[in-house]
Write a protein that binds this ligand. Structure first.
Ligand code: GLC
Length: 736
């Protein structure tokens, strides 16, 4: 439909009909099906409000959504189709590793490919919009939603934001087959809640917000994301969902976003709890003034906007602009011509978990795994070694993360299944213990939910494990968090591995020190003791459908791990927030100054994390030459080249992530010790070497100066190029 026709349609709609378009309700209200992903307090919708809502969230499946659309269209006075949205965060039915693991691939290409697969499967299942990518910068592992982010770095997050939006939407029309609209979220700054407690207050200076937190949202908007979702938190004590400066001035004004803004679940009504609105009517006025188009799951808009217009509290134009943006989105998706878009059961059957999709899921899982430690024990031998797999995750199916809401958990490949698929002979498997501790805040149902049918009690589980360990050459211990320990409303004050599992580790260590830990987690964990004792630690995150097969390939050397940490692993929870691009402070500490008192340090722990951003080992050895520059002065408007030669000096083919960081030594404000400005993931055969060149431009050196102007300042800079954020391989240059 062309724009004129859309305007005519809008003009022909009653005010009530326009307001109806602004409501989004759960699929559950239509057919008691679908996934409820928020607090299900009685929203109080009338039958009519549900029936006339403009969009639906949480449903999936061609048959279900076609039926809902068909029934809806019969009653819709202007034949305006419903919009179907849902959280396809790391896959629809073929599930990819959680986004934090995707960040660890340092491979935007495979992330874009996975998003495109997710889009195809979602579109076949009748969806039009996914509430993804979540691009909140995260630096506090106590926050459960770090699992949904690409990590602690603005540049890395921005690369993934772009890749995922382009994966979901393609670079053509949204109406094209297999495409769904993206939703950049949660705007803005949701990833920095005080004390890591979900939904808590966010206190960021404008400079930090703009420098570190906004770039990834902007990257998604620049990539053409059709929608943006507001965040639950306040910024500068103003809740995002009622924040006119944030939404109208920054998002729409500065970033030029002209798509649909949707509130997060009940976030408009929550303006009351924030103390910014006295009632739903005030909340509705604040949100529509701020530019929120869709009210997710409250009656604020549908119950109050008409009154607000009649009482001249708000301008009718606000409703018209919101309703028109929603109609435009439906039009871009081609829904006026075909309300069912790609919904097709035969297509579902063909696409879900097909060979190609599973292969991408496995490839990505392999690329996301980070080898944190390896004292020459990995890779394992396929024969001639007796290997005991001991740990509650040996047969745990729940390895796709809490946002894999349409996954069928039984389709996930466990560690045991992966090892058996590889045909490894002299192996045995024992759970050894349960998953969680009684005081974990998680009801033991979930523990039982993960327990296979074995009915052994704790002593029997332990005894079986110890017997297996005594007889084994190597013990592989799949341990860590269970998936519901991360995700929304899952903050943890302690980020230790559950004590019940650490006790098992210690008991096994007493009888066999050749331990390889396979770590399952949705966030960085504090693993100092385990890391000191284990001979190897392989970080596998929550790897998705193909998890077990990918783990087996890496453990036995069919694949060489190439992931690099997307988020620092703290030495202790007391370090949090800990991230590489910190500031010197006025009293910088370095390890050489152990006895100097008045420096920025702890009395009881080091300043540095246990494992830093960008870190990860390989089965082979990479050598990176000294950085060379093609010139030492960068003129405004010009560029310079920084290069290294990377050599695979080991026995295995492998992928290295060559990372380039830049430090601005002196600025009109304090500047981070370094910032990631480029990376290249390259595969080298044994003995092969390759030159890697990074182009440095003046644009890369811009920041918000003392007057909040986004600009560069002449002076001295240092470029670092290496295999993680601690590299000291550097050269200086000057911006003149
Ligand atoms: C949740 C989440 C958001 C999600 C939405 C719909 O509360 O905060 O990320 O997209 O509700 O499920």
């Amino acid at each position: 439909m062309d724009k004129e026709k859309l305007i005519e349609l809008l003009e022909d709609m009653s005010m009530e009909e326009k307001i109806d378009q602004l409501l989004q309700v759960c699929c559950y209200y239509y057919e008691k099906e679908g996934v409820i992903t928020g607090p299900e307090n009685a929203a109080g919708f009338s039958e009519e409000e549900v029936q006339n809502a403009g969009s639906v969230l949480g449903g999936g499946g061609a048959k279900l959504l076609r039926r809902i659309q068909e029934n809806y269209m019969k009653k819709q006075p202007h034949h305006i189709p419903l919009l179907f949205m849902a959280d396809v965060i790391n896959g629809y039915r073929t599930i990819f590793p959680i986004p934090l693991a995707q960040g660890a691939t340092f491979n935007p290409e495979i992330v874009e490919k996975a998003a495109a697969i997710s889009a195809k499967e979602s579109a076949a299942a009748g969806l039009h919009v996914t509430f993804s990518p979540m691009v909140d910068l995260v630096r506090d592992a106590r926050w459960g939603r770090v699992m949904e982010s690409a990590g602690e770095d603005a540049f890395l997050n921005s690369c993934f934001s772009k890749a995922m939006v382009e994966g979901y939407q393609g670079k053509g029309e949204l109406k094209e087959k297999g495409r769904i609209a993206a939703c950049v979220k949660h705007f803005a700054g949701y990833g920095a809640p005080i004390a890591g407690r979900d939904y808590n207050t966010v206190e960021l200076s404008e400079r930090t917000l703009r420098e570190d937190y906004l770039p990834a949202y902007k990257a998604g908007v620049d990539a053409g994301s059709a929608t943006v979702m507001t965040s639950f938190n306040t910024l500068d004590r103003v809740p995002s969902t009622g924040n006119k400066k944030l939404l109208r001035d920054i998002l729409r004004g500065e970033m030029g976003f002209d798509g649909v803004i949707i509130s997060d679940w009940a976030a408009i009504e929550e303006l009351i709890h924030h103390g910014m609105a006295g009632d739903k009517k005030e909340a509705a006025a604040l949100a529509i003034e701020a530019g929120v188009d869709i009210d997710m799951m409250t009656t604020c808009y549908c119950g109050n906007l008409k009154k607000l217009i009649e009482e001249n509290e708000i301008d009718e134009a606000l409703i018209n602009e919101a309703a028109l943006r929603i109609l435009e989105l439906k039009n871009r998706l081609g829904l006026f011509e075909n309300p069912y878009k790609d919904a097709d059961e035969a297509e579902e059957a063909e696409l879900f978990l097909c060979e190609e999709h599973r292969k991408t899921a496995k490839d990505m899982a392999i690329e996301s795994m980070v080898l944190l430690k390896n004292d020459n024990i990995l890779p394992l031998q396929k024969e001639g070694q007796s290997i005991a797999f001991i740990g509650p995750h040996v047969n745990n199916k729940w390895i796709s993360g809490v946002w894999s809401i349409f996954a069928r958990i039984d389709e996930n490949v466990t560690v045991e299944e992966g090892i058996r698929n590889l045909g490894i002979k002299d192996v045995n498997f024992a759970r050894g213990c349960g998953f969680i501790d009684p005081d974990s805040g998680i009801d033991t149902f979930h523990d039982n939910q993960n327990v296979s049918e074995d009915s052994k009690n704790a002593d029997q589980l332990l005894e079986e494990a110890l017997q297996n360990a005594k007889r084994a050459d190597v013990v592989v211990m799949p341990i860590g968090e269970i998936s519901i320990q991360s995700g929304e409303a899952s903050s943890r004050a302690s980020i230790d591995i559950p004590k019940v599992q650490m006790d098992l580790f210690e008991k096994i260590y007493e009888v066999n020190q050749n331990i390889v830990v396979v770590l399952f987690n949705g966030r960085p964990l504090t693993i100092k003791d385990l890391s000191e004792k284990a001979k190897a630690v392989l970080e596998v995150w929550l790897p998705g459908t193909e998890g077990g097969n990918a783990i087996a390939d890496v453990l036995f050397g069919n694949a060489n791990p190439s992931g690099r940490l997307s988020m620092s692993f703290p030495y202790s929870v007391g370090q949090i927030p800990v991230y590489y691009s910190e500031f010197h402070t006025g009293r910088p500490y370095s390890d050489e100054q152990k006895d100097v008192k008045y420096l920025s340090k702890y009395l009881d722990i080091p300043n540095t994390p246990l494992y830093p951003f960008g870190y990860g080992l390989s089965y082979t050895d990479f050598e990176i030459s000294q950085v060379t520059l093609d010139k030492s002065e960068l003129q405004n408007g010009e560029s310079l080249e920084a290069s290294v030669t990377v050599k695979n000096a080991g026995r295995f083919t492998g992928k290295e992530v060559v990372q380039m960081y830049i430090q601005d030594k002196v600025g009109s404000v304090s500047r981070p010790v370094r910032q990631l400005k480029g990376f290249r993931k390259i595969e080298l055969q044994p003995g092969e070497e390759r030159k890697v060149i990074f182009t440095i431009t003046e644009d890369m050196l811009k920041f918000y100066d003392i007057n909040m102007n986004f600009t560069s300042e002449s002076g001295e800079f240092t470029v670092y190029i290496g295999s993680d954020s601690r590299t000291q391989n550097k050269q200086d240059f000057v911006l003149v």
